[in-house]
Design a protein around this ligand. Structure first.
Ligand SMILES: [Zn+2]
Length: 177
């Protein structure tokens, strides 16, 4: 726990989910490594399971490392039938943009490999999956939404969708097919 003696501002530890002085959700990453779409999802899923001291809110972060900015929670819906496709958050870290599913559940990469040609194992299509360079660049990653209502599939470039969510003012976004 950070010391607060002499009224000095508390030191925010890396990996915590706090609010910036402007009120934006943010996370300090102290490792300085590139944040891939897969990393971002794992960071978010870990964050929502933890609690941090309120005193860490509104504190400036250390200039060391990089800061992940998170959007508000946005419900993505099917543009065709309006069924919910889940809750998501956009993220921005250095020159990367992307989205994460707003859930403590980690990615089930097995659902991705099950869809590869040659693998006949039939599995229910996940509502949300990412494919492509998921361990590298969001710009080379595809977000795949599968509507459980009308069974339509919707694909978006992960980086472009991430930028859209970071700028989206509403709590809901309908995906047009
Ligand atoms: Zn639908």
């Amino acid at each position: 726990m950070p010391s607060e003696r002499n009224g000095a501002p508390p030191t925010v530890l890396g990996g915590s989910l706090t609010r910036s002085p402007e009120g934006r959700l943010q996370t300090l990453q102290t490792h300085g490594l590139h944040t891939s779409p897969k990393d971002a999802q794992q960071v978010w899923s870990e964050l929502v399971r933890r609690r941090y001291p309120r005193a860490w809110d509104r504190q400036p972060l250390s200039p060391i490392g990089s800061v992940i900015e998170w959007s508000q929670r946005i419900r993505i819906t099917c543009g065709a039938c309006r069924r919910s496709l889940g809750n998501y958050r956009g993220y921005h870290v250095e020159d990367e943009y992307g989205i994460v599913e707003d859930t403590p559940r980690r990615y089930e990469t097995a659902t991705l490999t099950a869809q590869l040609p040659g693998n006949r194992a039939p599995r229910a299509k996940p509502r949300f999956a990412i494919d492509g360079e998921i361990a590298h660049r969001a710009a080379k990653t595809t977000a795949i939404f599968h509507c459980p209502g009308c069974h339509q599939e919707c694909q978006r470039n992960l980086a472009r969708l991430g930028r859209q969510l970071m700028q989206h003012a509403d709590a809901e976004l309908a995906l047009q097919h």
